[in-house]
Design a protein around this ligand. Structure first.
Ligand code: ISL
Ligand code: CA
Length: 565
């Protein structure tokens, strides 16, 4: 067998033009600790809770866990606002709990990467507490302070027209020193000044701290935003701020330096969250000859259903075309990520499948089939393996997310947008859909917490959609996902094989090949409620896996077929 245990792997081996790497063969499973498993009844998921579920994850067959932020934080943005990078969030447990979790991951032969949120800190981080004290404080230059501009009536205006991702200006005036600080996200998330070499040293140190503990790498939050044009020109009407933020003048210098000084010293993996980086520019960050990052999340696929912040209808040919574009642009020296869900997006099956009772299971199976057979490292989000769905939020009070609440205040309460339109759209795109607690069993609160009240509502469909039930049912999405993970683990063609879309214009069928040498797999996915005919050559292949009929000329509604041609 070609695939051997990652640790015994010879890294210089080339397969189909690709250098073999454990991170290319791995499947990653994202955990949002707040919503995974509560162990002490306070209604908040925690690290001991995750440790208690490691056998579940091992049995599922994933290789790498990605932990969303577990650091000390006042939780303005659920941990994406870090107060102390070397401390565990009090609600999540202690450093001992972290060490136990990591040891449990390792002893089961898995790996774990952690979130690195280093574009910004919390405003409660000691650096910022110091920085805001005075203009000559030694930490002043850790952040991006600028004087305001004079308005027409002599009033003070922000230094430029950047908006915050969470509504309003990206600049807040701090009355104490009369200057503005930059925050591309919430006011409680001031941006670090990466042009200051001391800041970079601090970040490299804290990266070493976690790598020395044994973590296997980082998912890097909005990493392309770290370098800013220090002159802060206005965004012009034809420009996109996110593109400007992601393409600062020293981005590649800093990533290269980080690689040289830290990452290259460890056998670790990095995946950058990369809003604003185009498919064609992706190799500039991940081409392995450049020694920057290993892979990035490009958002063209997961956001194919958006027009700005608004939900829009998407078509299968559009989605397929993105995968082909990615494949061509990345070539053999870069590596892709395959994902359609995370903690910032609605649920996989609700956004890309059909979450009606009739087709939820079939379409959820179809989506995992696609995620696990396209070329790139797949990222599953907690609950995808159960086909967990969006929650039916009714009012703004039911939401928790700072993005949703700020936009409500900024757009609806000021009359810029009607409540009806805003809530209608939010019900489709809210980040909170992904954050409702994991559904483990039919006990109260889905087995997520033994306490009375989880921090965010449990989806009432937990009585039917939960892990215990899925494990007991051999036809479940869970077991289908397990079989797929087994297949991928034992099939180099599904990792390194060439990708070819065989029916790019078909409105309902995604039919593609993965070829490695003599071996050619065909994957047929019916993204519709209609029966779709399979081309004759395809139907003649040897069936390997399917979510329904295995050997007919037709693919039933939301049917899947993997064949060896
Ligand atoms: O998800 C978004 C819109 O719905 C984005 O604006 C999102 O904030 C962006 O993808 C950056 O995300 C990352 O950084 C944010 C944090 O809120 C997200 O959870 C994180 O994934 C700030 O740290
Ligand atoms: Ca808890």
């Amino acid at each position: 067998m070609l695939l051997v245990h990652p640790t015994t792997m010879d890294c210089s081996e080339i397969v189909n033009g690709y250098t073999r790497q454990w991170r290319k063969e791995a499947v990653v499973y994202q955990i949002y600790p707040r919503s995974f498993q509560d162990s002490n009844g306070d209604g908040i998921g925690d690290l001991p809770g995750i440790t208690s579920r490691l056998d579940y994850l091992k049995n599922l067959g994933v290789d790498v866990l990605w932990l969303s932020p577990h650091y000390d934080s006042p939780n303005a943005d659920n941990g994406y606002d870090i107060r102390d990078y070397r401390k565990v969030m009090r609600e999540f447990g202690t450093m001992q709990d972290f060490d136990d979790l990591l040891a449990g991951v390792k002893s089961r032969g898995m790996r774990m990467i952690v979130d690195l949120v280093a574009n910004h800190t919390s405003d409660e981080h000691a650096w910022f507490v110091e920085s805001r004290k005075s203009k000559d404080n030694p930490y002043r230059d850790y952040y991006l302070w600028r004087p305001g501009k004079n308005g027409p009536d002599g009033e003070s205006l922000p230094p430029n027209n950047f908006g915050s991702a969470f509504s309003g200006s990206a600049w807040t005036l701090d009355p104490l020193t009369g200057e503005y600080f930059l925050h591309l996200f919430a006011e409680k998330q001031p941006d670090l000044n990466w042009d200051n070499p001391q800041v970079r040293d601090e970040v490299y140190d804290l990266m070493r701290f976690w790598l020395d503990k044994g973590v296997d790498g980082f998912r890097m939050d909005v990493i392309p935003f770290i370098s800013k044009d220090a002159a802060f020109p206005d965004v012009l009407p034809h420009e996109s701020q996110v593109h400007i933020n992601a393409n600062g003048p020293h981005l590649h210098d800093y990533l290269h330096e980080m690689n040289d000084r830290v990452l290259s010293q460890y056998n670790c993996m990095t995946v950058g969250e990369a809003h604003g980086i185009t498919i064609e520019d992706t190799p500039q960050l991940v081409d392995e000859r450049r020694h920057e990052l290993n892979m990035i999340f490009n958002f063209d696929t997961v956001r194919v259903n958006r027009d700005g912040r608004n939900w829009r209808r998407w078509s299968l040919p559009e989605l397929k075309a993105i995968y082909t574009r990615q494949d061509i642009a990345l070539g053999k020296h870069s590596w892709n990520t395959i994902f359609l869900a995370n903690h910032d997006n609605p649920r996989l099956v609700s956004a890309f499948g059909d979450d009606s009772p009739e087709y939820r299971e079939k379409s959820a199976k179809l989506l995992v089939t696609m995620l696990l057979t396209l070329k790139g490292t797949p990222y599953l989000y907690q609950g995808d393996e159960l086909g967990m769905t969006n929650y039916s939020f009714q009012s703004i009070e039911e939401y928790d997310d700072i993005e949703a609440k700020n936009a409500w205040a900024h757009d609806v309460l000021t009359g810029r947008e009607s409540a009806e339109h805003y809530l209608g759209n939010l019900a489709k795109v809210s980040r909170d859909h992904a954050r409702t607690p994991m559904q483990w069993d039919t006990s109260p609160n889905a087995g997520f917490t033994s306490g009375g009240k989880p921090w965010l509502a449990v989806n009432p469909n937990y009585t039917a959609i939960n892990a215990a039930q899925a494990i007991a049912d051999p036809d479940s999405i869970y077991w289908y996902t397990r079989r797929l993970l087994d297949l991928r683990r034992n099939t180099p063609a599904l990792v390194y094989g060439d990708f070819e879309d065989l029916a790019p214009h078909h409105p309902a069928l995604f039919l593609y090949a993965r070829r490695l040498g003599e071996e050619r797999y065909l994957i047929a996915l019916n993204f519709s409620r209609q029966i779709v005919a399979l081309p004759e050559a395809v139907a003649g292949g040897r069936p390997v896996l399917s979510n329904g009929e295995k050997a007919t000329q037709e693919l039933e509604a939301w049917g899947t077929r993997i064949l060896l041609a």
